[in-house]
Every structure is written in structure tokens, then in C-alpha cells.
Design a binder for this molecule. Structure first.
Ligand SMILES: Cc1cc2nc3c(=O)[nH]c(=O)nc-3n(C[C@H](O)[C@H](O)[C@H](O)COP(=O)(O)OP(=O)(O)OC[C@H]3O[C@@H](n4cnc5c(N)ncnc54)[C@H](O)[C@@H]3O)c2cc1C
Length: 320
């Protein structure tokens, strides 16, 4: 099977999600046979590293315009045609999500969004697994056309080195005139985006007020973690809305989610229950979050967290 994975590299920084998608292609090829072409739109600098994570070839399509669904779908469709791709994989993020519907319609493909498994073959068709109802349930979706397009949920697979660097082939492709123009972007600088974070330390109303966030930030710093919060916390402006996770906020899938003073309401859990490991610190033993936790500490967070931070600092300094 020829697998084409799409990487938006206009910022010239290969992210963990990009390595993950190359590795995902490799896992499918390893299971079912075939090879992986990684197409990198934007800068091709360093893109040969995708070979280390499973891409057999890397195709760079230089592009310095802004994100445009119509241009990107034209480019992907042409590369898919040239490579004979039978399965196209996009990241299920702000780059990939808007594209999947366009491409499925344009190329008459089966599409499945937010997949989380290495597909099985059933009657010669690929069957994917995805979370539904805020990942409270799973759906198994079979693609019925010969070629398919899927988007991969972030943090579903940890990228591992399985190969070596490959040469980057540059291909000029005209994606046509853009249909929209981005006139401004405001972004939070210098922080790991929450959907990509490996570790998240998150605070709720139990933090009592914004003046106490240093306790949480110290723990986050020693762990190299991103920070998040529950919705009431951002509603009262203790923290920015960019940190609000849950059903109405950002959905995260880190390897480790540490919840400080968060009760674990169903709307909060909807955004975090796909975390690999959940640690809850709450002084109420009846807090619902403990039911979803892998590890729980029933305690006052203001007593426990500074001690935990100190212990981690000592451990990192080699004294632990
Ligand atoms: C339509 C809708 C959508 C919603 N969407 C979201 C969403 O996306 N995300 C979200 O988070 N919420 C959402 N909510 C709100 C949600 O229902 C809860 O109200 C909210 O998650 C509670 O936030 P919290 O846990 O921070 O606060 P609380 O429920 O007040 O819990 C605070 C917790 O801190 C603990 N605590 C207090 N002091 C300490 C201490 N010193 N040490 C340790 N623990 C302590 C308490 O025991 C308690 O469990 C939504 C609600 C609705 C109706």
C-alpha cells in the first residue's frame, strides 16, 4: 500500500505531531506492506529527518503563502496522484481538520476523522477506530472506496526512530489562487501548544485565586510541562481562555495530566480523559476526578505540591 502523509511545515519547524504522522505511516506499512511518502508543504529544511521516523521518501513542495484550504487540497491531490497514494494521512489538528472534507469530496475518497489505531483489513477494506461522544465510546469505521483519507488524532502513537535520514526531493506544484487571505494572527509565544504537550499541569477552582498559580507553575517548570485550567478558572480571568480544557475548551491527550484542585466534572473530563496517565490531587476523597485517575492524592494541594516540586528538583539534580 502506498501511504502519503501530509506535513504543513510553513514555519520550518518539524513538530512532534509531524514525526508522529510519519511514524504512523510506517506502522501501517509495517503491518500491511507498502511504503510511506511524506509530503512537506513549506520549508524542506531538515525534512530528511522524517526518514528516521519511517518515511521512505520525502517530497517537499515549497510554499510561502498563508494557509488556504483550496490551495493545500489542490497540492495534496496532485502529489497523491503523482505518488499513486492509496491512503492519505493528515494530522487531526488545525492544518489537517479543515482539509479532510475538501479532499474527500475532491478526490471521491472515503474519509475518517480522528483515527487512533493501526487499521485492520476486513474484506479487503481498511477499518479504523476513533473516539466518539467525547471519547466516551469508540466507533469502528470501514472505508468502502479503494483509496481513503484519514486524520490522525495527536498523541495516539509515540514516534520512534526506525530508519535513517532520506534525501528530500523538491517538486514545484501550483495550487492555484488562494480563496482567503489571513490578515492577522495573534498567538501566545514561547509555550508548548496544549494539544501537543506531553505533560500538562492543570489547575481548578481549588487553586483559590490567580495569586497562587506560582505553586502550579513551579511544578510545571520542573516537569517541562504546559499549564492548563478548568473552565470556571478562565471564566473569572484567573487564567487565559487559551488554557481552558474540556468539552467547550481544548481537548488534550498528553502522556501525563496532573490535576490540582479540579473536581472532575464530566465537561472537564471530556477534554482530558484520553490522557495516558492522570494524577489527581484533591482534598475531597469523593471528588469525581478520582474515578478517572490512575494515581490520586487526597490532600491539600498547597501542602503537597511544593513538596512534590522540591522532590522532583532533587531527583533531577541526581540526589533523589
Ligand atoms: C455546557 C457546559 C460546558 C462546560 N464546559 C466545561 C469545560 O470545557 N471545561 C471545564 O473545566 N468545565 C466545563 N464546565 C463546567 C463544569 O461543569 C464544572 O463546573 C467545572 O469543571 C468545575 O471546575 P473546577 O473543578 O475547577 O471547580 P470546582 O467544581 O469548584 O472544584 C474545585 C475542586 O477543588 C478541590 N479543592 C479545593 N481546595 C483544595 C485544596 N486546597 N487542595 C486540593 N483540592 C482542593 C475541591 O475539593 C473541588 O473538588 C461546563 C459546564 C457546562 C454546563
Amino acid at each position: 500500500m502506498k501511504i502519503l502523509v501530509f506535513i504543513d511545515n510553513r514555519k520550518n519547524i518539524l513538530k512532534k505531531a509531524d514525526l508522529e504522522i510519519a511514524y504512523y505511516g510506517h506502522l501501517i506499512a509495517e503491518k500491511h506492506g507498502g511504503d510511506v511518502a511524506a509530503m512537506v508543504v513549506g520549508s524542506g529544511d531538515g525534512a530528511g529527518d522524517l526518514g528516521k521516523y519511517g518515511a521512505n521518501e520525502v517530497i517537499n513542495v515549497p510554499y510561502d503563502g498563508s494557509y488556504d484550504v483550496s490551495v493545500f487540497s489542490n497540492i495534496i491531490a496532485q502529489v497523491a496522484e503523482q505518488t499513486g497514494a492509496e491512503l492519505i494521512v493528515l494530522p487531526h489538528n488545525s492544518s489537517g481538520k479543515p482539509l479532510i472534507g475538501w479532499l474527500a469530496a475532491k478526490m471521491n475518497l472515503s474519509s475518517v476523522t480522528g483515527v487512533i489505531n493501526i487499521p485492520e483489513y476486513d474484506d479487503g477494506k481498511l477499518e479504523f477506530k476513533k473516539g466518539v461522544f467525547s471519547s466516551k465510546a469508540y466507533a469502528y469505521v470501514k472505508t468502502l472506496t479503494d483509496k481513503a483519507i484519514v486524520s490522525l488524532m495527536p498523541n495516539s502513537f509515540s514516534p520512534e526512530e526506525v530508519g535513517s535520514q532520506v534525501d528530500v526531493k523538491t517538486v514545484e506544484i501550483d495550487g492555484g489562487a488562494p480563496k482567503v487571505k489571513v490578515v492577522g494572527v495573534e498567538k501566545v509565544e514561547g509555550k508548548v501548544p496544549l494539544p501537543e504537550a506531553d505533560i500538562i499541569v492543570s489547575g481548578g477552582r481549588g487553586m483559590k485565586g490567580p495569586e497562587n498559580w506560582g505553586v502550579l507553575e513551579d511544578l510545571a517548570e520542573v516537569l517541562g510541562a504546559a499549564t492548563a485550567c478548568s473552565r470556571p478558572v478562565s471564566d473569572v480571568d484567573w487564567r487565559p481562555h487559551t488554557e481552558h480544557v474540556g468539552q467547550t475548551g481544548i481537548v488534550v491527550r498528553p502522556n501525563l495530566y496532573i490535576a490540582l484542585g479540579i473536581s472532575g466534572a464530566i465537561q472537564h473530563l471530556a477534554g482530558v480523559n484520553n490522557s495516558k496517565t492522570i494524577v489527581v490531587i484533591n482534598k475531597d476523597p469523593e471528588a469525581p476526578f478520582f474515578k478517572a485517575a490512575d494515581y490520586g492524592i487526597v490532600a491539600d494541594l498547597f501542602e503537597v505540591v511544593p513538596k512534590l516540586t522540591e522532590a522532583l528538583k532533587e531527583y533531577k539534580a541526581g540526589k533523589g
